[in-house]
Ligand binder design. Structure first.
Ligand SMILES: Nc1ncnc2c1ncn2[C@@H]1O[C@H](COP(=O)(O)OP(=O)(O)O)[C@@H](O)[C@H]1O
Ligand SMILES: [Mg+2]
Length: 240
């Protein structure tokens, strides 16, 4: 059995009087891509933030790498990479310079060659490596951030709505990259409202509605999760 990398147990989060997560349970094992799927306001980003320690559980627990977020959050943060909806890097620095800068903040030294190897791995087009990032598209910024995660040896990736605002080609490239990283042993937790995208890459999908997991879908050995089945469950819960 593969190692459990991310675990939520009876996880509840309340803000003021509002229950945003209500007894959420799931496990993500090493090398898995897990998608938490739900409509706007379902509590997806809140769930993600509990694993980063920026939101505290009201009850229940959230663990990363077997460590509770209440305990050693600094250690957890050193082992995970977080890509927010819009990746923030310095526009006036090049891709390579941004990576070198953020590595230096984490006290990690990598040669320019190693940085270029990582950019090659995420398939960032070569002619942009040494260009200012202000000209990068969202997809290019994401690739740069993932290259940074690889250079930090972060075994766990947290992604918030990674495909929103990407064009179809960039989505295909993103899906391919995430699938390859998971095959190479990375663990990926993404939150999304995109049914199709989740079905394309996730090993498991947890359907979140008003803070509760209302469905869990798992892919077979050689088949993707069925988009129509998930879509039907999603839209039944999100009728206007
Ligand atoms: N820091 C906060 N303080 C108070 N309410 C919040 C906070 N963050 C999120 N919420 C509320 O929690 C609910 C879920 O938000 P969120 O997790 O961002 O949803 P999602 O990412 O699924 O769209 C929303 O009703 C939102 O207004
Ligand atoms: Mg969100």
């Amino acid at each position: 059995m593969k190692k459990e990398m991310i675990v939520a147990s009876s996880l509840c989060v309340c803000f003021d009087q509002q229950t945003v997560l209500d007894g959420v349970d799931f496990k993500v094992r090493q090398g898995e891509v897990f998608a938490l799927l739900g409509g706007n306001g379902a509590g997806k980003s809140t769930a993600l933030k509990t694993f980063l320690g920026t939101v505290s559980p009201s009850s229940g627990s959230a663990n990363v790498l077997g460590i509770s977020v209440d305990k050693e959050i600094d250690h957890i943060r050193s082992k995970v990479a977080y890509l927010p909806e819009s990746v923030m890097l310095y526009g006036h620095l090049t891709g390579v310079e941004n990576i070198a800068y953020f590595l230096s903040l984490a006290d990690i030294t990598r040669s320019e060659h190693e940085i270029e190897q990582a950019l090659l791995r995420v398939a960032l087009q070569k002619n942009s490596w040494h260009r200012a990032m202000s000209n990068y598209s969202k997809g290019m910024r994401q690739k740069t951030a993932i290259a940074l995660a690889l250079l930090r040896d972060a075994p766990v990736l947290f992604l918030d709505e990674p495909t929103s605002g990407l064009d179809p080609n960039a989505i295909d490239e993103f899906n391919q990259l995430i699938t390859t990283l998971a095959l190479d042993g990375s663990t990926v937790f993404m939150v999304t409202h995109d049914v199709y995208g989740a079905c394309q890459i996730a090993h498991r999908i947890g359907l979140l509605n008003k803070g509760k997991i209302v469905g869990m879908f798992e892919r077979g050995d050689n088949s993707h999760i069925d988009t129509e089945e998930v879509h039907a469950a999603f839209s039944a819960r999100n009728k206007r």
